[in-house]
Design a protein around this ligand. Structure first.
Ligand code: CA
Length: 232
């Protein structure tokens, strides 16, 4: 068992899920704190050093969404929301409120660790405040200085909007981005509801970067929420 420095707060009122999560985290060498209520979570967050929060939204005292709102008033600590399968709207709302990612119940230990690794990697990148000029995923590569995208070393010609979209996804590699967030970032305020435009733009981008656009390998659709560029 390896030891890590990060302390993870697990906020979950279901005992079995809470025990499962803490078991997996401890196996991976993380330290954990737990709370079964929103109030308990807020108390822990203000009184202890915590590096990441795993947050169930359906809590007995008040809604997990309220915890996200309160924490975001003064902290950028990564929050991964844990929610039920049929709550797409809630997931998108949680991300737009300031959560970094989400896990859908039931989830495996592998999925849990994948999400945590992404969140912690982003945290250390922010900490170093260092932007990399070239990023790679699989055969795809993006050069931010040259605004150039290549696949297997071959340049791919993208429109400026397609480039902006792919660049946004690369800068958030492994993280899910909501449709609303993407629209705001690439079209600006005022175009925030034109999901049809984004779908068309995404289709065009996928035709250029994916081998089989209907079965994307790089940009995953998170149904009812948004899109995620894979992180290898
Ligand atoms: Ca619950």
């Amino acid at each position: 068992m390896s030891t890590r420095n990060e302390i993870i707060l697990v906020v979950e009122d279901n005992v079995q899920i809470r025990n499962f999560i803490t078991y997996v985290l401890k196996e991976e060498g993380f330290s954990t704190l737990t709370s079964s209520t929103a109030q308990g979570a807020l108390t822990a967050i203000v009184t202890q050093h915590i590096d990441l929060i795993l947050l169930d939204l359906g809590l007995p005292d008040f809604d997990g969404m309220e915890v996200i709102r309160k924490v975001r008033e003064w902290s950028d600590i990564p929050i991964i929301v844990v929610s039920a399968r049929d709550q797409d709207k809630e997931k998108a709302d949680a991300l737009d409120t300031g959560a970094d990612d989400y896990l859908t119940k039931p989830f495996s230990a592998t999925e849990l660790m994948a999400r945590i690794r992404v969140a912690i990697r982003h945290l250390s990148k922010i900490g170093m405040n260092k932007s990399q000029p070239v990023l790679k995923v699989g055969e795809l590569s993006i050069d931010f200085d040259k605004r150039q995208v290549t696949k297997n070393g071959e340049p791919i010609h993208l429109t400026p909007m397609e480039y902006n979209l792919l660049s946004l996804l690369f800068k958030n590699m492994g993280k899910v981005l909501t449709t609303q967030y993407i629209l705001r970032e690439i079209y600006g305020v005022g175009y925030g509801t034109d999901t049809q435009a984004l779908r068309a733009l995404m289709a065009g981008l996928r035709r250029k970067i994916e081998t089989v656009p209907a079965k994307p390998h790089y940009i995953m659709t998170e149904i009812g929420v948004g899109y995620r560029l894979i992180d290898e």
